[in-house]
Write a protein that binds this ligand. Structure first.
Ligand code: ADP
Ligand code: MG
Length: 593
């Protein structure tokens, strides 16, 4: 047991450790994923620092993670030459949780309603080590401090002391994991190798397993004295001796030595030729990128761009809309990872994508970019704008090809239809393109339709695109307005998303056809005969209309004959400049918030 200063874990940490241990005990191996990725993060940090301060690397120039097993002591040691931690870092990073929202998260996770998905998303991090360990010792050396040791058995407290061994690491972090009694499987070489391979495949630094090996070497030939042959009397003996030495010469000697076996032999997936990357590798990489073990993507695009900035990128559309997509503040978006020449720069780069595309997951590796490495210049740089433009273009290509497959595209619309509509509202330069990608429910079939397809089916003489709004398709179908238009053979778009109406008024028209809400009073069907009949009816029913208007004076603005109803006797409509019922509902909802 380490002698040193004692610290209590923050209550949240203790709680998190409990949740981790109680909910993830079936997959204890994830500690390897977490510790390897921490090593990789630490290596990213020191390499980033070295871009402006090359001397930072001198304390330990080779950048890697090495994993070693000691069977007798029943330990696994994971050593990285990353940025390391000062004493203060150890105390803070391995004793508290800095992430915002942790407390709320822990509240929802307490008890037995632990949601594995959420835990996976949250990233259980370092503390997952206690899934397999009953004692953990962390030595760490940062360039700004001496080497310190942190030790804990996960029960309430941890100890920190200056390392009595001195600054042995040069720079980096070494974690010694004392395995619990029932966790011997990690001492098994081939099992460990399998897991480490799995979790290091897409790590951008070499990950080694250090092995103690034996090899057989020939002993050095023994010098025989040339004088002995001169002594005739001792001939026999000399021969004997010579024989002995011959035997010695060929005796194999077994020596033990240590060797590091590289576990991740592939180049980073994004800089590889797409032809050499398999579907499975893209899927695997997506899981690593999102740090969600079950995450799937709906579609991806892997491409190389040349122009103002040369870069390679992989862009993924997730299979499900992220729960917090529209709540996320810009500052916490981690959907674009930026590398410059394989060096990780940042993953908070929301400036690469317009807001409505923040559901995408992208890795960019800029080649010879005039990108400056500081985040501030990244943000204002011209090259960023050029990359951003390219990404958006590629995204449209991807969606276009996705839309060839009706079923797949319907999935996309279900998940990201609202994002597209947000794009139609926000992205002025792309409104046209976006409007072609929009899909709506329609009276034509149960499938989604594009506006283009609607226009191609329009009746002769029909000038406008008809739509009706409501909170769901069934409700819309019940509407007398819709019923009447359908009876006349018109197709009606069913708008069931609260933003639809705003989007349409923003689009104003699609290829010259304007949008007509069939609930508005002066709907024109573009049918000459109808206009005639309407006028005749109006004269005929004038007394009734006058009486109704007088009776309902305080409720309605106007009472008129309509050609728009078939089986329903009457309907309430909004005026052209008034709000539709749906809009009123929306505004009411807003007012309540
Ligand atoms: P996260 O990696 O999501 O921040 P972790 O629990 O995995 O959460 O790690 C907590 C913090 O501890 C990290 O953010 C980092 O500052 C520090 N840390 C953990 N492992 C290492 C390491 N090997 N080298 C340097 N710092 C580390
Ligand atoms: Mg981590």
């Amino acid at each position: 047991i380490l002698q040193g200063e004692k610290f209590q874990f923050q209550t949240e940490v203790s709680r998190l450790m409990n949740i981790v241990i109680n909910s993830l005990y079936k997959t204890p191996e994830i500690f390897l994923r977490e510790l390897i990725s921490n090593g990789s993060d630490a290596l990213d940090k020191i390499r980033f620092q070295s871009l402006t301060d090359p001397a930072a690397l001198e304390s330990n120039p080779s950048l890697n993670v090495t994993i070693a097993v000691h069977k007798e002591q029943r330990t696994i040691t994971i050593t990285d030459s990353g940025i390391g931690m000062t004493k203060e870092d150890l105390q803070k990073n391995l004793g508290t949780i800095a992430k915002s929202g942790t407390s709320e998260f822990l509240e929802t996770m307490s008890g037995d309603k632990a949601d594995m998905d959420l835990i996976g998303k949250f990233g259980v991090g370092f503390y997952s080590v206690f899934l397999v360990a009953d004692k953990v010792r962390v030595r760490s050396k940062n360039n700004n401090d001496d080497q310190y040791v942190w030790e804990s058995t996960a029960v309430n407290d941890f100890t920190i002391a200056k390392d009595p061994a001195g600054n042995t690491l040069g720079r980096g972090t070494q974690i010694v994991i004392h395995l619990k009694e029932d966790q011997d499987q990690y001492l098994n070489d081939s099992h460990l190798q399998e897991l480490v391979t799995k979790y290091s495949e897409f790590i951008n630094f070499p990950i080694y397993i250090r092995r103690t090996k034996t090899k057989t070497v020939e002993s050095k030939p023994v010098e025989t004295s040339k004088d002995t042959s001169k002594d005739d009397e001792d001939d026999e003996a000399v021969v004997e001796e010579a024989k002995d030495e011959d035997v010695k010469k060929s005796t194999p000697v077994t020596v033990t030595y240590e060797e590091d076996d590289l576990m991740n032999t592939n180049k980073p997936i994004w800089i590889r030729d797409p032809k050499t990357v398999s579907e499975t590798e893209y899927d695997e990489f997506y899981r690593v990128l999102t740090r969600e073990p079950d995450a799937k993507s709906m579609a991806y695009s892997h491409f190389k761009a040349e122009g103002d900035v040369d870069f390679k990128a992989i862009m993924y559309i997730p299979s499900k809309v992220p729960k917090d997509l529209f709540q996320r503040a810009d500052s916490v978006q981690h959907n674009v990872k930026l590398y410059v020449k394989r060096v990780f720069i940042t993953d908070g780069s929301s400036e690469f994508l317009p807001r409505w595309l923040s559901f995408l997951r992208v890795v960019i590796d800029a080649e010879d970019a005039p990108l400056n490495v500081s985040r501030e210049t990244v943000q204002s740089s011209k090259s960023i704008k050029s990359i951003a433009k390219h990404l958006v273009k590629k995204m449209f290509d991807l969606l276009k090809s996705l839309s060839q497959d009706e079923e797949k595209y319907a999935d996309f619309i279900k998940e990201f239809g609202t994002s597209l509509k947000l794009g139609a509202l926000e992205d002025k330069s792309n409104v046209k393109k976006i409007s072609r990608l929009l899909r709506y429910h329609s009276s034509d079939s149960d499938k989604y339709t594009s506006l283009e397809a609607y226009v191609s089916r329009m009746k002769k003489g029909q000038k406008d695109i008809f739509y009706f709004t409501g909170s769901n398709v069934d409700e819309i179908k019940q509407s007398p307005f819709v019923e009447s238009l359908l009876a006349r053979g018109y197709e009606v778009l069913y708008m069931d998303d609260p933003v639809d109406e705003i989007v349409l008024s923003h689009l104003n028209n699609f290829e010259g056809k304007s949008f007509q809400n069939v609930a508005k009073s002066d709907l024109k069907l573009g049918d000459e005969d109808e206009v005639q009949t309407e006028k005749e009816l109006e004269t005929k029913f004038l007394p009734l209309l006058d009486w109704m208007h007088a009776t309902l004076l305080n409720e309605v603005e106007k009472v008129r004959v309509s050609n728009r109803l078939t089986t329903s006797p009457a309907a309430l409509v909004a005026t052209d400049f008034g709000w539709t019922a749906n809009m009123e509902r929306l505004m009411e909802g807003q007012a309540k918030q």
